[in-house]
Design a protein around this ligand. Structure first.
Ligand code: DAH
Length: 338
């Protein structure tokens, strides 16, 4: 038996092949279930104890050399295949998978583009804000009941640091650091403690707009909004409903006329044909003063809209949770979007 094993080891050493079939036959011969190794191990059990040590070592050697030869030839065969493939210059290239943008980014980019065309710059501010920029400077002093409109996540109480509840905070920062004329929009993520149902979210995205100059009027605001809704939705009919925001006076809520042409329109507009899309108004003189801008010399308008809601509208997405679940099957559908 020892002689036979030694002979096998020699055979393995000399073995070589370029064929997958021969290599498979080699594997079956030595390492297969009914192969040589298995039958040697069966015979091994009935050997005398004094022989077992030497034969055991030989058997291990046989097993290892068969295994390493198999691996060696496998790698050789595989590299041969890829080499011949590589040399084939007519072979079609690998398809590169394209990624897709998130619907929120798509809509944000589109809105930014629309306002850039009429001279608005882009500005950003921190997501962790202080009380002054998020509330006080915006005419929302401490204990003002309007603060209840935005349930706030506080990071620290003394001094007050919080997760900004709206992008209006960037207005304040921008006015503190820039002189009029000002035309800027500020996209970003905002946070509110609104986890009251499975459908509501603690963060969402807004775009704030601000325009300050001499003689800016409510008519300028309306004209700008009409331009915007025509560009974004292809719809120019809007209406402004009186509303209240502490940082603007007068304030309004903007509705766009969507139409009532089909069942989806009825559903989206709850049968009214109108869709609410944003809040706006003339910047309150107190806010200008807080930012060291003279309200006797300058006036301006501001507006704020929710990107998530508009993304749902534009892409007919019926569940807001899809926007934050990162489900590839959902996200992949936006591949062809701009
Ligand atoms: N900050 C408001 C909110 O989060 C949105 C808003 C309304 C912004 C009116 C404005 C504005 O600039 O003029 O609900």
């Amino acid at each position: 038996m020892e002689e036979r094993i030694k002979k096998n080891i020699e055979e393995i050493k000399d073995f070589s092949t370029n064929s997958h079939e021969e290599l498979e036959a080699f594997r079956i011969k030595y390492l297969g279930k009914k192969g040589l190794l298995t039958s040697y191990f069966i015979d091994f059990k009935s050997l005398d104890n004094d022989k077992k040590k030497d034969v055991g070592q030989l058997l291990n050697q046989l097993k290892l050399s068969a295994q390493s030869k198999l691996e060696e030839l496998k790698t050789k065969l595989l590299s041969g295949v890829s080499k011949s493939k590589l040399n084939d210059l007519s072979r079609p290239g690998d398809i590169i998978q394209l990624g897709s943008r998130h619907p929120i980014s798509i809509v944000k980019n589109r809105i930014v583009e629309i306002f850039s065309e009429i001279g608005f710059t882009i500005s950003e501010g921190p997501e962790i804000e202080d009380d002054w920029h998020n509330f006080s400077a915006l005419n929302l002093p401490e204990h003002h009941p309007a603060r209840d409109m935005q349930d706030t996540f506080f990071v620290d109480k003394d001094p007050d640091f919080l997760l900004r509840t709206h992008t209006s905070s960037v207005q304040v920062r921008y006015m503190e650091n820039n002189k009029p004329p000002i035309r800027t929009i500020s996209p970003g993520r905002v946070y509110r403690n609104e986890a009251i149902s499975a459908r509501s979210h603690c963060f969402f995205h807004q775009i704030e707009g601000l325009c300050i100059d001499k003689d800016v009027s409510f008519a300028d605001l309306k004209q700008t909004l009409e331009y915007f809704t025509t560009k974004l939705f292809g719809k120019s009919k809007i209406r402004l409903r009186p509303s209240y925001f502490p940082f603007t006076e007068p304030s309004a809520e903007v509705d766009v006329y969507w139409g009532l042409n089909n069942e989806t329109d009825y559903k989206m507009t709850k049968g009214t044909g109108w869709l609410e899309i944003m809040g706006c108004g003339m910047v309150d003189p107190n806010v200008l003063k807080n930012c060291k801008i003279d309200p006797n010399e300058y006036s301006g308008f501001a507006f704020g809209l929710g990107i998530d809601r508009i993304a749902l509208l534009l892409h007919q997405i019926d569940d807001i949770r899809l926007l934050s679940e990162n489900d590839i099957r959902f996200l992949e559908q936006f591949k062809a979007s701009y």
